[in-house]
Design a protein around this ligand. Sequence first.
Ligand SMILES: NC(=O)c1ccc[n+]([C@@H]2O[C@H](COP(=O)([O-])OP(=O)(O)OC[C@H]3O[C@@H](n4cnc5c(N)ncnc54)[C@H](OP(=O)(O)O)[C@@H]3O)[C@@H](O)[C@H]2O)c1
Length: 342
Amino acid sequence: MKAVRYHAYGDSDVLVYEDVTRPVAAPGQVLVRVAGTSFNSTDAAIRAGLLQDTLPLAFPHVPNPDVSGVIAEVGEGVTGWSVGDAVIALLPADAPGAAAEYVAAPAEVLASAPRTVELADASALPWAGLTAWQSVYEHADLKSGQNVLINGAGGAVGGYAVQLAARAGATVTATASTRSRDRIRSYGADQIVDYTTTPVPRAVAGRHFDVVLNMTPTSPEATAQLVDLVADGGAFLSITTPGPDDAGRGVRTVHVFVRSDAGHLAQLVARVDDGALAADVAERLPLAELAEVHASYAAQLAEMVRLVARADGTLAARATERAAVSDESPARWLTGKTVLIP
Ligand SMILES: NC(=O)c1ccc[n+]([C@@H]2O[C@H](COP(=O)([O-])OP(=O)(O)OC[C@H]3O[C@@H](n4cnc5c(N)ncnc54)[C@H](OP(=O)(O)O)[C@@H]3O)[C@@H](O)[C@H]2O)c1
């Protein structure tokens, strides 16, 4: 079969589209014929070797933990799934991923695919959707009537978070540039702050929020400003730069790390099929173009490193030893989800 793999950490050109042996379903696994796999910004950080201390890979590595597809084989001991079932999953990030025609997936991470979106497009849901779900419902425990500020709402995770927070009955203030503003408003945001023209603290003019969700890389200074916007006794959650361990004023800080959870994924799928959650896809490309997608993300990865490395010594050390994160930006800026199709 064809797959994209890399044989060492490095720049986007380590990604090679090549012939590899088709996997089989081991006990407890199913073999999925991949319909789609979505690119996540973290895929680029993993490829560059920035996360190798927490997420060491065995090489050659097939990237892309997000998958949608159809079960082609059922391994020994697997119950509840059959050949032909359409599924989605967030695969373990250190296992062979879905940048391939087939991938072996642990049965416990699978959810039935949504019926109302193209199967390939459904691969835009697991990683970003689960991060948003666990941030909004599990860690923030957001309730109806609360005020939430979502910084980075224009990103994939932020877009799901806005929709989930609005559905929870919260009043949502979201940062978005003109590129994403209309989409974020359609997701239910009550107020949009264009972070490219007005600093967020000035735009919200002295208001405080029960919950601030930080869903984009921020400098330590910008992170501290966001923490200051949390009301006494509220919560600051970040999926990127962490807040301080002790923020004072009874403010709880949480550094969120997503985990694969089939139950949460099934609830996201139900929202999609009810029309309550949009799984938008900006672009669909052949899998063979995955290296170009990573190359397009180079400037954003370099910016992420510039911002986050000051609060994360391990990442800073890895970034210093890798030219992979300082390469120049090619033509375009990725915005919205890109789905790769084998
Ligand atoms: N901790 C975890 O478990 C976890 C899980 C998933 C992702 N992540 C991390 O979370 C971050 C977001 O992921 P993603 O997939 O949502 O990324 P993404 O889709 O690549 O987000 C890009 C968007 O971020 C927005 N943005 C950029 N700079 C901003 C700023 N200074 N202020 C406000 N918004 C800004 C832009 O929105 P506009 O279009 O509005 O300009 C841009 O389109 C990444 O760093 C990723 O690695 C962490």
